[in-house]
Design a protein around this ligand. Structure first.
Ligand SMILES: Cc1cc2nc3c(=O)[nH]c(=O)nc-3n(C[C@H](O)[C@H](O)[C@H](O)COP(=O)(O)OP(=O)(O)OC[C@H]3O[C@@H](n4cnc5c(N)ncnc54)[C@H](O)[C@@H]3O)c2cc1C
Length: 383
């Protein structure tokens, strides 16, 4: 697989931005649990918060693979910031572009694509994660007016977003809605404390008779949410590759510098072969990301390929960030090295935008058909 000149250029630009504007601050953001609003504003000015949004709507007009390349680089420097960007673009702007009216797109997308505002995607609730269809947030329609009542949990960008894509039960169906920050009855009730990704915001939301506008037709909510996640998973896979790459770069350079028994530890086969395996699996994960992104760019089905990319790349990230700590020895376990941050940041890639178990359901159903469905999983609907 090769990249076009434009894709190469975007990757280079994102790499430079990651090295100069993000990496030097990532440890501080992590330690202080700081949301990097000022850096995000700079990324917006550089066009990185609307890369794959058409230029007619204020974006960069590039393809989805370019977006994934940039996301890998940003996440290599700081995974929390990668999550902020992935949700802002992949789960925030793209469903509005795909399912919003021309008026909604014209009004809401340009400030998001330019990074003047942030977007969020609110599906999960306390009682419904993988089983998204069990959500309890309700939509009450009165003519054209709709009001939402309920709560959402663990919403990325929750404390900072201006536009929220919200999913709610409308009679027996699930519909999609848009809520603007400041709407009556809307509140951010809690910021989550997490294991890692401390530079990202993960918040709980409350809707009390909150006015909302429709995103797509009544009853289309599950279709909108699941198709959003189909693409979003490719982005999370790219993020996973970025985190794993950061751990490989760190472990490789440490192995060449650290001496034991009179030689660099890279000279021990146990270390060198571990790094060889690590690089090989990262390349395999990257290839899966590129394949799924290229299918999406070509308008072809990519549900299974996206699930495979996420399943594989998130495991690569979780496993190899742990092994990178091993290569660094005691130093890897301390806050003096970023290895422990990579390890903490990587774990959640196996959980959000569909857990690894859910990715296996998606893949096995495509492989085995109805034979792989159970009654209980029918309710999961491949979240
Ligand atoms: C940092 C962070 C950011 C997030 N951001 C967002 C966001 O922006 N928007 C949003 O809507 N949500 C967000 N989420 C929520 C996330 O998508 C959910 O956590 C995820 O979908 C899993 O749901 P759950 O946590 O309720 O786990 P559960 O669904 O309760 O699952 C618990 C365990 O059971 C397993 N399991 C469940 N069903 C099955 C099954 N049928 N077969 C086999 N195993 C099964 C799961 O794989 C998991 O191991 C975020 C979560 C985190 C941690």
């Amino acid at each position: 697989m090769t990249l076009t000149d434009e894709q190469h250029a975007i990757r280079q630009m994102a790499r430079q931005v990651a090295d100069e504007l993000i990496a030097p601050h990532a440890a501080t953001w992590d330690r202080e649990h700081r949301f990097p609003a000022e850096t995000l504003r700079q990324l917006g000015e550089l066009g990185l918060l609307g890369i794959c949004i058409p230029s007619a709507h204020g974006g960069g007009g590039s393809d989805y693979l370019s977006y994934c390349l940039a996301l890998e680089e940003l996440s290599r420097a700081d995974a929390g910031l990668g999550t902020t960007v992935a949700v802002h673009i992949g789960a925030g702007q793209l469903p509005i572009l795909a399912h919003g009216t021309a008026e909604q797109v014209e009004r809401l997308i340009p400030p998001l694509a330019r990074g003047e505002e942030l977007a969020a995607f609110a599906l999960t609730e306390a009682g419904s994660g993988s089983d998204a269809g069990a959500m309890r947030t309700r939509a009450l329609a009165d003519g054209d007016a709709v009001a939402l009542s309920g709560t959402k949990q663990w919403i990325t960008n929750g404390s900072y977003a201006h536009t929220f894509n919200v999913f709610a039960r409308e009679e027996e169906r699930i519909s999609g809605f848009l809520v603007r920050r400041g709407a009556s009855g809307f509140a951010v009730t809690r910021e989550e404390e997490k294991l890692g990704q401390h530079s990202s915001s993960t918040a709980d939301l409350l809707f009390e008779d909150t006015p909302a506008e429709r995103l797509g037709p009544p009853g289309a909510g599950m279709r909108i949410a699941l198709s959003t996640l189909d693409g979003g998973r490719i982005g999370i896979a790219a993020q996973s590759v970025g985190i794993a790459q950061a751990a490989l770069d760190l472990a490789s350079s440490y192995a060449k510098e650290r001496n034991a028994f009179g030689r660099p530890i890279a000279g021990f086969q146990a270390i060198a072969h571990r790094l060889a395996d690590m690089q090989t699996e990262i390349e395999a994960g990257r290839a899966l990301v590129w394949r799924a992104a290229q299918l999406k760019d070509a308008g072809k089905p990519h549900t299974v390929e996206g699930a495979q990319a996420k399943l594989f790349a998130s495991r690569v990230a979780r496993h190899w960030t742990g092994e990178a700590i091993q290569v660094l020895g005691g130093y890897g376990y301390t806050k003096d090295s970023p290895a422990e941050r990579y390890f903490r940041d990587a774990k959640v890639t196996e959980i959000y935008e569909g857990t690894s178990e859910i990715q296996r359901i998606v893949i096995s159903r495509a492989l085995l058909g109805d034979a792989a469905s159970t009654r209980s999983e029918e309710g999961v609907r491949a979240r």
